[in-house]
Ligand binder design. Sequence first.
Ligand code: SF4
Ligand code: SF4
Length: 370
Amino acid sequence: MKELEVFRKIAANPFGYAGEIKKSGKKIIGTFCSYAPEEIITAAGAVPFRIFGTNETITRADAHIQAYCCSLVRGGLEDALSGRLGFIDGTVFPHTCDSIQRLSDIWRLNGKFNFHFDVIMPVKLNTQSARTYMCDVLEKFRRELQESLGVEITEDKLKASISMHNRLRENLNKLYDIRMTNPGLISGSDIHSVIKAVMVMDRTDAAVATGTLVAHLENPKQGSLKAKRIFLSGGACIHPDIYSIIEESGGVVVGDELCTGTRYFEGKVSENGDPVKSIADRFCDRLVCPAKYFSNTARGDELLDGVKKTGSDGVIFFYLKFCDPHSFDYPYMAEYMKKADIPNMLLEIEDSSGSEGQLRTRIETFISTL
Ligand code: SF4
Ligand code: SF4
């Protein structure tokens, strides 16, 4: 499908793509988390670039950070210290998990990038004071970004950026709906490539390319796939092979609540009223992550809603090894699934080079029980 080529190419070589962006004169702001305020970065004329860890052996990072931090944090630092992220002008660190907070300090001291932004967001998101505070820290980030890049982020630019990001989110939501209804139309690894590419692309180009893809898929030419329907729950998925392993084992991913998935694009920013307040409101209202708090039941309820909406037969909790926030939430999330009689399993992987044989056996066994 030619509409997918652009995404496959960028997902396979995001650094090469970033180099091309750089040549066009645009600034690139690195991000580690889906709480990075991308609308503000885009409104400043820069491109938010999601850092995913590394495929290279980790050597330099171990001198700065414990080996029991997740591979996303260690891999990102390795790429920074080795100069592979040299195209980045600055990095934004939203206040989320402990590993990211410590990484921020190490990055500032050792990363040698021009700009560094900490966005100290509230942890608890369910109060009016949290919304006000979220709004204030985003305003502060807007001011800092303006000064660093020497641009004015006007209200009109912010509104245009919000509208474009909403279009992009709408396209990704439609893409997920298409896969949910007819999972045979697009493979899981292609969906992964789309999301991974979108997270590093010039977002205006991404909105156009995802629109073209969705328009093509809305006229299906194939029948639906008969397979066990799987829902993925977790953080950043940096193991794209998981999708083909699931498909080869008789399953198909029909939905997720991943940071490299629904948590990234779920929820629209209001296009009326104060734009920064609207961005803050979305962060407070969208799928909550385990490094934040909304209520004692929010994460379980959201997972259950996703499983029911997608008609999933089972849930795979897919975590990066040493990811404390997700691991701490796991017993409660698994209990939630047990009470609702939804089969589930936990997979923890170290990085994208994990043992495929073991992973395949465990997935095959789980799917055969559904
Ligand atoms: S789990 Fe939370 S803190 Fe970690 S990347 Fe996702 S949104 Fe960010
Ligand atoms: S939330 Fe988990 S996977 Fe994401 S950076 Fe923190 S520890 Fe790593």
